[in-house]
Write a protein of this length. Structure first.
Lengths: 283, 417, 321
């Protein structure tokens, strides 16, 4: 286990965490498995690409990606999902339909070429990390991932909104009964989760590049993270991301011919013993 | 009456019925020649599919949609890179639209599915991009011809020879793990090791590999003279990018399959693909007059340099035009069409050399070793740095002996130790 | 979520059965080979959609793995003819058996959860199968898949094949209808409506759902086996997620919990795809929009909606919650 490969696993895990934490927040509080999360990620990446190319500002493109996708989340929630509130399965299948439409729309707008969000020269090239020479951009993603975790943790544990979200994950009806407008909390969470998908797409757009099926690939990874970590658990998302990131890296090194199986095999096995994931709780 | 019904049952092409049911000459003068063109217009290869259609259409735009008094009618269908969809669309084109022949597709799985379908009904099927070796080797089908196309192993053997001459002794390969990758690598590995080179290690990864860092980490420490990369589409973009960001670029030369340096990949990248050496039967930066004219025309029409998909289908359209003209437009006679296609010696295509089919339905032409450089206006393109003349899919081997060796796979790469 | 058809008078069922049989028998004589091929495909996919309905409509568990089960059968049929040299009927049995075993494994892993989690879990399990088919190229042919030569002799004639597919489809429909209307099936519906009540009444919920899953997998495998002969080709796309999604969509569009709705759904989706893709490449946008529209406006599906309306009409009051 060289430092190099550990860094590979961790940097990939950081990106996964950013995307999956949004997914698990929405899943945890709203009970919505948002299968359009991957499409939002891709859309965020393309928005980042367009803004970065037009303005030349990397920071601005990141803000635009997050804000744009938060807005897309707002639209999705207010125009479509609100009509099927309370019907878990209808919501999931509806988001599946939205995912198909969004994926095809991005193909119409941006074409099918493989794009990469341009990154500033500070983040290009490699840096010395201890004994190894490692790409700066990947370290940047790792940093953003850790920062995201800290911010989310503080938000969930130290703010009123966080307390409401945590209470809502456990028992939404109780919160509502205590006279709090849970719908607003729901909406904010949905926008926050979507914004995280946008952030992921912006980073992933330079990390993994943007192309027509990138959405379903990242979605599959995020679902694996959430299934392993458990619904609605931030710690679960972090642990799941690291596990998947490491399995992905070391699976490819040690069992190249089983690369895909190495990720989903352990997940299936885990399910046999803990159907709700490592940190999931029954409702 | 019985005859007619029987015909309907046994022949799926209803066009055959009309040509037999009515005086053939009268009908043939009026009815259009119907072509079924299949390409992935949605999904991960949508960009390539679009260029395929553009290249094909460009030929007809320039040369008119009429041959021997018959209009040319092209029906385009989206195969979505999905073999099930491709099969369904092929059925529709043949049995519903009544096309006279099929052409197109990009991924090997769609091509193999359609080939398996036309094997049963004899509809001519032309494959300028489908590269699966065995379609013109061990499992060839008489009505499937690879006009203006190529196979993986055919392209990489000259590259192996060139690499030996360039002084590379030890090479590692990184490739997508599927038949096309096995064949591209196999051709290289076999010729390279037979010439005294050594394959230090081979890395195989699944298609749509999100992260190359695990392989790049291992490649750094191998002490090889060059790395052979076999990547298509988004994988190729990512590979080139990560190769650069991990600092391998400039340290270890990168050589590769044509797809790594194809326009469809390099035009959206920055400096990452610069100096990559690859091999193909065409180079958009070539000096051949027909090539230059095509590239200029394509760029004017579509505001981008042509990729392998557009180039081969433009050439394929020219090939078909010459064959159809030779048989006076009598496309209903499949045998005559196939014979005419086989007999053509094609000159003046963007491929940049004279092209003809070998007895197995596969083209023989010059193969170029190409390098990515910048044009005066800053656009990247491939220019030829060496030429191998009249390269056959069997290289310098005897076809029958060659086909006795197994098809290339992960486990058989033809490596001579 | 109702099983409305049993409430019709007996003569209505008889008349409609005779009518359907007459239509099915006439098709080979009026349709061109291409259209007959489409009819065959609809009959096959209706089996898949019904097998999903057994779980989604009658057991309260919506799966997203039936494409994988279906495609596994397809792989096994082609593989056992190509490599083991089995005669076709034996190969078909192998395909169905493999699918049934796979669904039993899936069931063991997934029966303990329900709702959205069940959907997510089965989706992940399906992905494992897809990953294996894609990667284990020595056996599955990887991305390129396996080519078969199964449509030999009389089977090459689409009319013969259509007849076989129609007979299989009818058999599957009758068998599944008997299953869901059996005492066992009625217990399943009880579980669908209230799991806790059935558990407190002493029913073994887990075992019931497990068996329903296996039965459902058996029929998905049956569909997959026939499909192997129809397509003569299999690749990872046969076991991929879109296959599961499409099967589920067919069941939902037709009407979950109606079985017969699967035919309507399969016909509608397949014909819509053919129709739309003749005019535009944007099939995916249309499919996605249909999905959204159905979820918003008619989650009970077409047959479900018809049943609802006719019942309202005949009872002149709405007893449906």
């Amino acid at each position: 286990m060289s430092v190099f490969q550990v860094l590979n696993g961790l940097t990939f895990a950081a990106l996964l965490f950013i995307v999956a934490s949004g997914f698990t927040l929405i899943f945890g509080l709203l009970r919505i498995v948002n299968l359009a999360h991957g499409a939002l990620y891709l859309l965020g990446g393309y928005i980042g690409l367009t803004v970065a190319t037009a303005t030349g500002s990397y920071l601005l493109s990141g803000i635009a990606a997050m804000a744009g996708i938060a807005l897309a989340g707002l639209l999705l929630d207010q125009t479509l999902l609100r009509w099927v509130k309370g019907h878990d399965l209808r919501q999931v299948l509806l988001t599946l339909g939205v995912a198909l439409v969004l994926n095809d729309l991005t193909l119409v707008i941006w074409g099918g070429d493989t794009f990469s969000v341009p990154i500033p020269s500070v983040l290009q090239g490699a840096a010395n990390v201890g004994s190894v020479f490692y790409p700066k951009f990947r370290l940047f993603v790792l940093g953003v991932g850790i920062l995201t975790f800290i911010c989310l943790w503080l938000m969930l544990n130290k703010t009123r909104l966080g307390a409401l979200i945590r209470a809502g994950v456990d028992d939404a009806e109780m919160v509502e009964a205590s006279g709090i407008n849970i719908q607003r909390v729901f909406l904010l969470t949905f926008m926050l989760g979507s914004a995280l998908a946008g952030l992921g797409g912006w980073l992933g757009g330079a990390f993994l590049t943007l192309y027509p099926s990138a959405d379903s690939e990242i979605l599959v990874f995020s679902m694996a993270v959430v299934i392993i970590g458990g619904r609605g658990s931030l710690i679960g998302a972090a642990v799941g991301s690291i596990l998947i990131g490491m399995l992905n890296t070391f699976g490819q090194v040690w069992f190249p011919e089983l690369a895909y199986f190495v990720i989903f095999g352990p997940m299936a096995l885990l399910l046999a013993f803990r159907p709700l994931g490592l940190f999931g709780r029954a409702t | 009456m019985i005859n007619r019904r029987k015909l309907l049952q046994t022949s799926s092409a209803v066009a055959a019925v009309s040509s037999l049911g009515f005086p053939a000459v009268v009908r043939a003068q009026k009815a259009p020649i119907k072509i079924g063109l299949m390409a992935p217009l949605t999904g991960v290869l949508a960009a390539g599919g679009k260029e395929l259609v553009e290249g094909f259409e460009l030929w007809w735009e320039r040369n008119g949609k009429e041959i021997a008094g018959r209009k040319i009618e092209i029906t385009v269908e989206d195969d979505a890179s999905n073999p099930d969809t491709a099969l369904q669309k092929a059925r529709r084109l043949v049995e519903q639209t009544n096309v006279h022949f099929l052409i197109g597709n990009i991924t090997a799985n769609t091509g193999l599915a359609v080939a398996n379908y036309v094997k049963g009904n004899g509809v001519p099927y032309f494959i300028p991009v489908i590269a699966a070796d065995d379609l013109t080797q061990r499992n060839r089908i008489p009505n499937v011809l690879r006009i203006a196309g190529y196979t993986g192993s055919q392209m990489t053997r000259p590259l192996a020879d060139w690499s030996l001459k360039a002084g590379y002794k030890k090479v590692a390969t990184v490739s997508q793990d599927y038949a096309y990758g096995h064949e591209m690598c196999g051709g290289f590995c076999q010729t390279f090791t037979e010439g005294g080179g050594q394959i230090v290690q081979q890395f195989w990864h699944p298609l749509n590999n999100s992260d190359f860092s695990p392989y790049l980490g291992q490649l750094q420490g191998l002490g090889v003279d060059a790395i052979f990369g076999m990547e298509t589409g988004a994988d190729a973009s990512r590979f080139l990018q990560q190769y650069t960001s991990f600092g391998l670029k400039g340290k270890i030369p990168l050589i590769g399959a044509m797809n790594v340096a194809d326009q469809s990949v390099i035009r959206t990248l920055g400096d990452e693909p610069m100096d990559v050496v690859s091999c193909a039967m065409f180079a958009e930066g070539g000096q051949d007059e027909a090539t230059k004219a095509f590239v200029a025309g394509y760029e004017e029409r579509y505001q981008k340099l042509p990729s392998v998909f557009g180039t081969t289908h433009y050439s394929g359209a020219k090939w078909l035009t010459e064959a159809l003209t030779a048989i006076g437009g009598n496309v209903e006679d499949r045998e005559a069409l196939l014979k005419a296609v086989r007999g053509i010696e094609l000159k003046g295509t963007p491929l940049g050399s004279v092209v003809k089919l070998d007895p197995y339905g596969h083209p023989v032409y010059n193969v170029f070793i190409r390098k990515v450089v910048k044009r005066a206006d800053g656009k990247k393109w491939n220019v030829p740095i060496a030429t191998y003349e009249n390269v056959s899919q069997f290289w310098k081997y005897d076809p029958e002996t060659y086909m006795k060796q197994p098809s290339y796979s992960r486990t058989f790469q033809g490596i001579k130790s | 979520m109702t099983d409305g058809e049993r409430r019709h008078p007996a003569w209505v069922s008889w008349a409609s059965s005779v009518g359907v049989l007459a239509v099915l028998a006439t098709l080979p004589f009026v349709l061109k080979s291409y259209h007959l091929g489409i009819a065959t495909q609809i009959l096959i996919f209706a089996i898949l959609a019904m097998s999903i309905d057994v779980l989604a409509g009658f057991s309260g568990r919506t799966p997203l793995c039936h494409g994988a089960i279906f495609g596994t059968a397809t792989y096994f049929v082609i593989y056992s003819v190509n490599i083991w040299d089995l005669p076709l009927p034996a190969a078909l049995l192998v395909g169905v058996a493999a699918a049934t075993v796979l669904s039993a494994v899936f069931a063991i892993l997934a029966v303990r959860v329900s709702g959205v989690y069940f959907l997510l879990l089965t989706l992940a399990l399906g992905l494992v199968v897809w990953g294996v088919c894609l990667r284990w190229s020595q056996v599955t042919g990887g991305e390129n898949g396996l080519r078969g030569d199964l449509r030999r002799g009389a089977l090459a004639d689409i009319k013969v094949f259509y007849a076989i597919a129609a007979a299989t489809s009818l058999f599957a429909y009758i068998a599944m209808r008997r299953f869901v209307n059996s005492p066992f099936g009625l217990t399943l519906r009880g579980i669908r409506d209230s799991e806790s009540r059935m558990a407190s009444l002493g029913y073994n919920v887990t075992l019931h759902v497990f068996l329903a899953f296996v039965v459902s997998g058996f029929f998905a495998g049956l569909a997959g086996s026939i499909y192997a002969v129809f397509n003569n080709y299999v690749s990872p796309s046969a076991v991929a997620l879109p296959q599961s999604v499409q099967g589920l969509l067919m069941a939902i569009v037709g009407g979950i919990g109606t079985l017969v709705g699967s035919y309507v759904g399969a016909a509608l989706i397949i014909m819509l795809e053919l129709f739309v893709s003749a005019f535009t490449e944007r099939w995916q946008i249309v499919l996605g929009s249909v999905f959204v529209a159905i979820m918003l406006f008619a989650p009970e599906g077409i047959v479900g909606k018809i049943n609802q309306l006719t019942r309202r009409h005949s009872q002149s009051k709405n007893t449906n919650p």
